[in-house]
Ligand binder design. Structure first.
Ligand SMILES: [Zn+2]
Length: 262
């Protein structure tokens, strides 16, 4: 398995952010090659094998890899030691319909699965609080990044310490949307001039999801210079990362995870 390491703007010893690459791709198979996501139609054994390999690479127990069943909601769940150790049916319940996770527990990798949506890893290295959020356009409109910061603060983080880095996701050029989507951003209070431009040939709107999430983080008091944007596009590079717009919804997902070391 090939992993990218995502960086914050400052070196954070003891906090690691990783993102999976697809690996050697069989182009006839939209789940090829590494896919950790259990609810987008892939074979369960393949998902299990992918997860096991990641756990071995990270040197963690299988139970210490935690990811939600995402539904484009703005629900954030904090995982303490009790929840990490909870029976699997309780954990499953706690992870259902959740799109961001927060923890202070070391050696636990929390992550989200995305294919074009924006994964956002967050950390307050001073207070030992980490988080991961999945922000598609709905989650972005719903300010999921801000909701995540609030939950981080509730377990001891300080917004002014928080560092954020975004993983591979769809670029503005690739992210054409209908005007009804633009209206949703407008109604949610976004400054459209900062996040939207029109293709001069087609007249279609294109949203910059990463910039929109940067604006949300800044409004949550995360310092602008602490926010790192991605330099890869999932749709432009769909042989390296999964892209729902390129491969269809029935495809694998890129896993982005964050882990606090002891
Ligand atoms: Zn692109």
């Amino acid at each position: 398995m090939t992993l990218d390491e995502l960086k914050f703007n400052v070196d954070t010893k003891g906090i690691k952010v990783i993102q999976t690459q697809r690996g050697e791709v069989d182009t006839s198979n939209p789940y090829s090659q590494w896919n950790l996501c259990h609810y987008t139609g892939d074979v369960a054994q393949h998902v299990f094998d992918s997860r096991l390999e990641l756990c071995q690479l990270l040197g963690i127990d299988y139970d210490h890899l935690i990811m939600p069943r995402q539904t484009h909601s703005c629900r954030v769940t904090a995982f303490d030691e009790k929840l990490v150790a909870a029976p699997s049916r309780i954990r499953k319940l706690m992870l259902d319909g959740v799109d961001a996770l927060v923890t202070t527990v070391p050696s636990v990798c929390i992550g989200v699965n995305t294919a074009d949506c924006v994964p956002i890893a967050l950390a307050d290295p001073i207070n030992g609080v980490i988080a991961i959020a999945h922000a598609g356009w709905r989650g972005t409109v719903g300010h999921i990044a801000e909701e995540t910061v609030k939950v981080m603060e509730a377990v001891g983080a300080k917004a002014s310490n928080i560092l954020a880095t975004m993983g591979v996701s769809i670029c503005q050029e690739c992210f054409e949307v209908g005007d009804e989507v633009v209206r949703e951003f407008e109604q949610a209070g976004f400054d459209i001039s900062l996040i939207m431009r029109r293709n001069t040939t087609t007249g279609k709107a294109h949203i910059n999801l990463q910039e929109a999430n940067r604006q949300v983080l800044i409004s949550a008091d995360v310092p602008a210079h602490n926010i790192t944007l991605p330099n890869h596009c999932s749709r432009c590079e769909s042989n390296r990362y999964f892209s729902a717009r390129r491969l269809g919804i029935a495809s694998g997902r890129t896993f982005t995870g964050i882990i606090l070391r002891n």
